[in-house]
Ligand binder design. Structure first.
Ligand SMILES: CC(C)(COP(=O)(O)OP(=O)(O)OC[C@H]1O[C@@H](n2cnc3c(N)ncnc32)[C@H](O)[C@@H]1OP(=O)(O)O)[C@@H](O)C(=O)NCCC(=O)NCCS
Length: 337
């Protein structure tokens, strides 16, 4: 199929003669139709409703729709990051009635070809997946890194009370000669975050495979990516501003379609030391449950061996509900053919 790089804002959609799918750039008017086919997605934790309008404004992003007989049946967003070397694939979805027929495969291929034609310097495509990947997938993809996913659910008011009742001391282990008291987490301002996240030490010692994964988006620690990240509402935290062993990024709570008064809080933690990870998790929770009212789905992404101790802590000490057992978030990459 000939790829028309002027597809963006082009009035006439492109048609794939084999599948008769039409591809076009998404607009604000398509929102309702996209939401209608997205109702079951991510167990109600779909971020697209809150991101859609902003996505359409981002200059490095293109949101592509596939239509069948005029009806929207699939969506994929492609975004150029990593100094123009990487295409990040996000938001992929196919209408439930059209799944299992190869639509996602056709759309992925169309978007790859479009991006290659539009940005000849891009080399690879990256995406994050939380489904089980098998040998067939690893013929297609290289694994860049993976994090464990701990998904918990609570009422903000209940957790706030629990944190108050427990008090800071109960949540802080006693210092012993072998295990000194860990330092209190430090929140970073944008300047400090930029400086630290671009330092070789953090990339080497803290970030998994030198990757900043923020709310499912994997970034290389590059100045251009930090500019993208620092435009977002994120709390940046470390255990030590000079020489960190743990760093974390927390979204501000945002609404998700699971129900009224449901919020999503997404915390990405990097580092292998349990205590500072636990303390940063608590610091983020404390800050964001301070004024929040309603239900919260909180997803904590962390080094896989830390999943079990943190899950026990959530259940036994914080008394919050674990929504599911251990799952993984995998960042994968393939060459853009
Ligand atoms: C995942 C989903 C998009 C697959 O759509 P589909 O049209 O049924 O998929 P296809 O029939 O094209 O077949 C699956 C192909 O897509 C690939 N695929 C499946 N899930 C994928 C994912 N999350 N990201 C990228 N590719 C995926 C498969 O590896 C397979 O590729 P292959 O043909 O090279 O083996 C669809 O089931 C869906 O919308 N699910 C709900 C939303 C969701 O989970 N999206 C994934 C976001 S990470």
């Amino acid at each position: 199929m000939k790829i028309e790089t002027g597809l963006s804002r082009s009035p006439a959609p492109e048609v794939d003669p084999q599948t008769e799918l039409e591809f076009a750039v998404a607009t604000e008017e398509d929102f309702e139709e996209i939401m209608a086919m997205s109702q079951d997605i991510y167990g109600g934790l779909d971020y697209l409703p809150t991101r859609y309008k902003a996505w359409l404004q981002e200059s490095n992003r293109t949101v592509i729709l596939a239509r069948k007989q005029g009806k929207v049946i699939a969506l994929e967003s492609v975004c150029v990051i990593d100094d123009g070397e990487t295409v990040l694939v996000e938001g992929l979805r196919v209408a439930p009635s059209e799944r299992g027929k190869g639509v996602a495969g056709v759309l992925l291929k169309f978007c790859s070809q479009l991006m290659k034609a539009k940005y000849p310097e891009v080399k690879v495509t990256r995406l994050t997946r939380d489904d089980r990947l098998g040998p067939k997938d690893f013929q297609k993809y290289r694994l860049i890194t993976k994090q464990g996913i701990l998904l918990v659910r609570f009422r903000a008011e209940d957790l706030k009370l629990c944190l108050q009742e427990l008090g800071l001391e109960a949540l802080t282990p006693e210092a012993t000669p072998d295990t000194p008291q860990p330092a209190a987490p430090v929140r970073l301002d944008p300047l400090a975050a930029r400086h630290l996240f671009l330092s070789a030490g953090l990339a080497r010692d803290v970030l998994p495979n030198a990757t900043i994964v923020q709310d499912w988006q994997p970034f290389k620690p590059l100045a251009s990516n930090m500019t993208i990240l620092l435009k977002k509402d994120i709390d940046w935290m470390v255990d030590d501003a000079e020489s960190p062993s743990v760093a974390s990024l927390c979204t501000f709570p945002f609404r998700v379609p699971i129900g009224e008064d449901w919020y999503y809080l997404n915390i990405d933690v990097f580092g292998k030391d349990l205590e500072p990870v636990r303390r940063q998790f608590l610091a983020h929770l404390r800050r964001h449950t301070e004024s929040l009212q309603g239900h919260v789905m909180c997803q904590l992404f962390l080094d896989p061996p830390l999943w079990q101790p943190l899950a026990d802590f959530c259940r036994n000490t914080l008394r919050v509900e674990l929504v599911k057992g251990y799952t993984e978030q995998c960042v994968v990459e393939s060459d853009l053919a």
